[in-house]
Structure formats: C-alpha cells, structure tokens
Design a protein around this ligand. Structure first.
Ligand SMILES: NC(=O)C1=CN([C@@H]2O[C@H](COP(=O)(O)OP(=O)(O)OC[C@H]3O[C@@H](n4cnc5c(N)ncnc54)[C@H](O)[C@@H]3O)[C@@H](O)[C@H]2O)[C@@H](O)CC1
Ligand SMILES: Nc1ncnc2c1ncn2[C@@H]1O[C@H](COP(=O)(O)OP(=O)(O)O)[C@@H](O)[C@H]1O
Ligand SMILES: [K+]
Length: 491
C-alpha cells in the first residue's frame, strides 16, 4: 500500500519539521537525494559521471534551489553542470551561490531568443534536472519553459514532481515535463499516484528528509497487487457455499439480457460463494451460467448476504420497482448504472438507506454528474465529498479509479492499460463487487480490490488486442491467481 499526502499536509509537516531542523539543512538533504539519483542515471545512460553534461532547469522557488544544490554536489563529482535560470533574478540565492562556488555555469533563459542561444547545450545534454516548479506549482509550463523542455532529447530527472503537472490532482492542463525518473521528498504527493500526471513521473524515488514523524495518516492510498492478492477471499477448510456469502444479482431486462449475463458471470468467478439471479433475463442467465440459482423476481430470490443491482434494469417504473425491492432488503449493496440514475432522479429512494448498511455506488463520470454534480479536475475531492454526502462508498470509474468511504478515506487504482474501457465492462465490475460484499469484505476494500482485479482481467484477456466485456469474465479467475501469486500465496 502506497500513501500520498496533499501539498497542504506536506507543507504543514514541513513547517513542524522546520522548528527542529534548519531549512538549509533540509534543502541540502533533498538536493543530495537528487544528486545521487542523477549520478545513477548518468552512469546508466553514459557509463560514468565525470565530464558528463547536466543542465539544470531552474525556476523561481525552492524547487529550483534543490536543483542548484544538487548541481553543486554533482560538480564535486566532476560533472559539467549548467544552470538555466528560467526566472532570471528570482533563482534561489544560496543554491546559486553554492553552484557558482563549485564552478558551475549559470545562464539566464528568460525569453525565446535566449532559448535559441542555449539550444546546442540542450541538444548536447546527457541529463536534465527539472527544478522549474515543485509543490507550489499552478498551471502548465509557461511558454519559455515549455520551449526549453521541448528541445531536450536526454533523460530527465524531475525534482519532487514533473513541472506542469498539478501536484494535488495529477491533472496535466498543458505542456508538462515527462520525466524519466522523479525524486520526491519525505512523502508521495497525489500526482505520483493518480491521473494523467502520474504517467509523467517515470521511476519514483522517495528520499527520506526526516518528514515521516510529522506526516500522520495519508490523504489517499494506492493498493498494490500484493495487498489485493492477500485480501482476496478464498474458501477455507470449514467453508461451504453459504458461509462464503451468497450474492443476489438484480440486473438486465428481457430486452437487455447481456448486463445480467455479464454481472452474474463475474460474480460467479470472483468468489466461491453462491450466486442468485433475480430478474427477467432468467433464461439467458440460466443457459450461460448453470451454477446460478435463477428466479424471476427479487422477492422470490431467497436469502442473500449482499446485492449487486442496476446494470440494464432500466430507469422506468419496472427498474424502479426492482431497485426498491433490493434496497428494502437492507443489505450491503453495489449499485451501478440505472440504479444510480434512479437514485439521482427519485430522492425518496434514499429513505430506504439504513445508515448502518453500506451501499457501494459505482458511477462513471456521467452518472456521477447526475448524482452529485460535475466531477471537475479534482476527482479525489469530488468523490470524497460525494461519499460523505451520501454516507456511501463511492467508486468513480475511469483510468484512475477513485474509491472513497464516508469517513474520507480514499483508495486509488491507476490502470496500467485501458482494455476494460469497453461496453459492458462496468457490469462485470458490479458483479465482482457484489460477490466480495457477500463474502463480508469491507466495502471500500471490496470496491478497490475489484477495480484492481477487473483491470488485470482486461489486460490478461486482451493480450494486446481489443476485447469485448464477455472476454473479461473468464479472465477474472486468472487475474485473481496473478494477484495471489504477487502476495506469495501461490507458487
Ligand atoms: N519547504 C521545505 O522545507 C522543503 C522544500 N523543498 C522544495 O521546495 C519546493 C517548494 O518550493 P516553493 O514553495 O518555493 O515553490 P516552487 O519551487 O514549487 O515554485 C516556486 C514559484 O514558481 C511559480 N510558479 C507556480 N507555477 C508555475 C508554473 N506553472 N510555471 C512557472 N512558475 C510557476 C510560483 O511563483 C511559485 O511560488 C518543493 O517542491 C521541494 O522541491 C525541499 O527542498 C525540501 C524541503
Ligand atoms: N481509459 C480507461 N482506462 C482504464 N479503465 C477504464 C478507462 N475508461 C473506463 N475504464 C473502466 O472501464 C469500466 C467501464 O464501466 P462503465 O462505464 O460502467 O461501462 P458499461 O456501462 O458499458 O459497463 C470501468 O471499470 C472503468 O473504470
Ligand atoms: K520539478
């Protein structure tokens, strides 16, 4: 599990640390970490450090200060260092003096002509260190910085974060550095784990600067495959089909039986408990998944420990009746697709929400907007607020899946591929979450585990070529196997 802290929290922690440790020492610790990583990269890419050419891209603040101090350390190893001051007159004075003392070159690059003048140096660089902007960043790279960055053809080491990426959301609103590696200090920031910005980070190294004791609980966490594999429920010696949890699936309609087949199949694959299907797509479900106990209505379904409801039930009267019956059961429930639209349209459905049972809502952006308003650029904040407001676990779908519980805890899952971005794949996710809820898994974890296994199932099914959602279902078992192997539970 990897935690991340917002920039506000990092600054607060830094303020507390600064009462004990002088700021110059802190910056030198940070810069030393950058210099060590720069030397590793130089050796990897050029076979050595002495005489290799490093350009420092230096902005107006402490992030530039880190780069300048790192440059001073590198000079002592014989590296040829040139600092390009992108905010001339505002570069960190002590860092600048340190670099000059060690014989580093300093060039002001404040406009287009000055960029042109340094073009040969940029083209010849073995490594660039991005100290343009750090946690005080706002907006994309400014035009001169963007032009400098666009002229680089060498590996780039980002200081704290790739400049141009929003630190708290991972948004990339315009030109941004694409780093080969990033050295961050004391704590990951949200951009290191989520959003398109996380793809700009490259290899991430967290350098200890003594911040740990001041940090407290992270603002968000990313589960690793290891965590998911460790938690995934499997049958034990004392288990039977009932003890592992029975999930009811209320999905699909006679016109759209596909959602029922996908959600039910995914529930069958996700755990070894029992699956009941209740609804008008009974024939299709029965003929595809003979192990499922099928009834025509929720009322007749029999006992279950959790429900997965919504995909394909429709948003008219029939769908609404189905949803009412599911919600009235007062059980942990995964609510997706039409169920979310119905909840957005009919406020009175919320009266069926017993505050002690957890609903897991799994909207895509459109459904989220219907329910809680625009997502905006800060997805974590939007999901956290919705979870608080509705007293539900909310899972927002997308390349980075964000899960929040009503107490403000956030789990994120950034996908390494996008194969599951295909029609019907949300129905598969619903079935998986339902099965995990029935097994007794903690609801936010159930949602995050399912997102991780779902994405992996997509990767395994696709093997490099597009797939439909039906192909995901048989890959769910293989995905769980891979996750359990990552946790050391399988050879
Ligand atoms: N505070 C501390 O104790 C420590 C801070 N450290 C470094 O300090 C950094 C934060 O430094 P600062 O708060 O001075 O601020 P930054 O260096 O992040 O930014 C400096 C200034 O750049 C400008 N700026 C904002 N967005 C920009 C953009 N898109 N393009 C160009 N300029 C932009 C703003 O005027 C901003 O104040 C961290 O990221 C880290 O690298 C480290 O030295 C570790 C210790
Ligand atoms: N670009 C993407 N990369 C990775 N996963 C994605 C991407 N876009 C969507 N997804 C995932 O694909 C699934 C789509 O679900 P959903 O929108 O409900 O589709 P449907 O309603 O057709 O079943 C979700 O699990 C979502 O997180
Ligand atoms: K940076």
């Amino acid at each position: 599990m990897r935690g991340a802290w917002t920039t506000t929290r990092v600054r607060d922690a830094e303020d507390r640390l600064l009462r004990r440790v002088p700021s110059a020492r802190l910056m030198r610790r940070a810069a030393y970490g950058v210099a060590v990583e720069a030397a590793v990269m130089l050796r990897a890419h050029t076979g050595g450090t002495s005489g290799r050419r490093v350009v420092l891209l230096v902005g107006a603040g402490n992030n530039g200060g880190d780069a300048l101090w790192a440059g001073a350390f590198l000079r002592r190893r014989g590296v040829d260092v040139t600092a390009l001051l992108l905010a001339p007159g505002r570069a960190h004075p002590e860092g600048l003096a340190a670099l000059r003392r060690t014989g580093g070159r300093v060039v002001e690059v404040g406009d287009h002509d000055e960029v042109t003048a340094v073009a040969p140096r940029l083209a010849a660089a073995d490594l660039a260190v991005d100290g343009i902007v750090g946690i005080s960043a706002s907006g994309p790279l400014r035009p001169v910085a963007a032009e400098v960055v666009s002229r680089l053809s060498c590996p780039v080491l980002a200081v704290d974060l790739p400049s141009g990426v929003d630190p708290d959301t991972g948004a990339v609103p315009g030109p941004a550095v694409r780093a080969t590696a990033t050295v961050t200090f004391g704590a990951r920031k949200p951009l290191h784990l989520l959003g398109p910005g996380s793809e700009h980070v490259g290899e991430l190294r967290v350098v200890d600067i003594g911040l740990g004791p001041e940090l407290g609980e992270p603002d968000l966490r990313a589960l690793d495959r290891h965590d998911v594999g460790l938690g995934w429920p499997v049958p034990g010696p004392a288990d039977d089909k009932y003890t592992q949890g029975v999930v009811g699936v209320a999905a699909g309609s006679s016109v759209f039986p596909g959602a029922a087949v996908l959600a039910t199949g995914a529930a069958v694959a996700a755990t070894s408990g029992m699956v009941r299907y209740a609804g008008p797509a009974a024939d299709a479900v029965r003929s595809t998944w003979p192990e499922v106990v099928v009834t025509g209505s929720v009322e007749d379904a029999g006992r279950v420990q959790a429900w997965a409801a919504g995909p394909g039930i429709g948003v008219g009267e029939t769908g609404r009746r189905v949803l009412e019956q599911v919600l009235a059961a007062g059980l942990p429930t995964c609510l997706d697709a039409d169920a979310i639209t119905l909840l957005a349209r009919h406020e009175e459905l919320w009266d069926l929400h017993d505050p002690d049972t957890t609903w897991v809502l799994t909207p895509h952006e459109g459904e989220f907007t219907r329910l809680a308003g625009e997502v905006g650029t800060d997805r974590v904040d939007a999901v956290r607020r919705a979870a608080r407001r509705f007293r539900c676990v909310v899972l927002l779908k997308g390349n980075t899946t964000v899960v929040a519980d009503p107490d403000g805890h956030v789990l994120v899952n950034r996908s390494t591929s996008s194969w599951v971005s295909t029609a019907g794949s949300g129905d598969v996710l619903t079935g998986m979450i339902g099965a995990l809820l029935a097994s007794g898994a903690e609801p936010a974890l159930a949602a995050a585990w399912a997102a991780s296994a779902h994405e992996l199932a997509g990767e395994l099914a696709a093997r490099g070529a597009p797939i439909g959602a039906s192909a995901l279902v048989p890959s769910v078992s293989e995905a769980i196997r891979v996750l359990r192997r990552s946790a050391g539970l399988l050879p």
